[in-house]
Design a protein around this ligand. Structure first.
Ligand SMILES: C[S@@+](CC[C@H](N)C(=O)[O-])C[C@H]1O[C@@H](n2cnc3c(N)ncnc32)[C@H](O)[C@@H]1O
Length: 247
């Protein structure tokens, strides 16, 4: 199946939606979270690391809407996504601000990162035999999210879905010394990837085990800003979980 990644970008065609992540609603919300919670608060001296850049469009959108003049180092496993990201960055003249590397984030000395951003893989499933295997987030969906929090970055902005065990992620982050200092939430319809039967069955099973309730049609997706605890930060973890468990 051929698919144009952005309606306005007719020159760029993708051979398979299962290799290049394509969920405009989710990517646009990630872009908004980046703009409002990260780039508008950063300085020109900051270097931000990004796990899983995809086609690069969220960071590009956020950069175009902000005055951020530091640099973002993105890491993307998939070669097609990487090529798209590289092309887009050049088209928009953003190469001085955003560089993407076609390599696994975890093999790139991520412990050096002070600031980290990601819309990580968060699909819960027993294995990664999915439409898009690289979106597998482990048995409860929170595996990679929790791994990113263990890297010891000073500040981390992560997209977290209501069905991917946010309670465990918040407990994990708290144990590692993080406060939730800001968050943004939006309802999203279950889409192509999250509607795959194996994923939906896992979500239903997790729901039954946790005695949690999820709507059949929509779920909450949040951008959550974690910062290492300091005397001056207030923690919004409880408010965040209240919102995420409301549907
Ligand atoms: C949910 S998609 C997000 C893509 C993009 N940031 C967006 O929001 O549109 C997650 C991305 O992470 C990439 N990915 C998965 N594991 C990775 C790894 N270990 N290193 C780098 N990228 C990875 C996938 O290929 C995929 O493009």
């Amino acid at each position: 199946m051929n698919k144009t990644v952005l309606a306005s970008d007719a020159a760029i065609e993708v051979k398979s939606p299962n290799q290049v992540f394509f969920c405009p609603e989710e990517s646009q919300f990630y872009a908004q979270c980046l703009e409002k919670m990260v780039l508008s608060q950063s300085t020109s001296a900051d270097t931000i690391f990004e796990f899983g850049s995809g086609d690069g469009s969220p960071v590009i959108q956020a950069l175009l809407r902000s005055a951020f003049s530091g640099t973002i180092q993105g890491y993307e496993l998939n070669a097609d996504s990487y090529q798209l990201a590289k092309l887009r960055i050049e088209q928009y003249g953003l190469a001085p601000y955003y560089q993407v590397h076609n390599t696994c984030f975890f093999s790139s000395s991520p412990e050096k990162a002070r600031y980290l951003i990601a819309n990580p893989p968060y699909l819960p499933a027993p294995d990664n035999q999915l439409y898009m295997p690289s979106l597998h987030g482990g048995a409860d969906g929170a595996g990679i999210t929790n791994q990113l929090l263990t890297l010891g970055c000073e500040q981390v902005m992560l997209m977290i879905s209501a069905y991917s065990n946010p309670v465990d992620t918040i407990n994990h982050a708290t144990k590692l010394g993080y406060d939730v200092v800001d968050f943004m939430v939006t309802p999203l319809k279950f889409g192509y990837y999250s509607s795959e039967p194996k994923v939906r069955n896992t979500i239903a099973e997790l729901q039954r085990r946790r005695q949690a309730f999820f709507s059949e049609r929509i779920y909450f997706l949040a951008g959550v800003l974690f910062r290492q605890k300091s005397a001056s930060t207030s923690c919004l973890a409880e408010e965040f979980l209240k919102v995420m468990t409301a549907l």
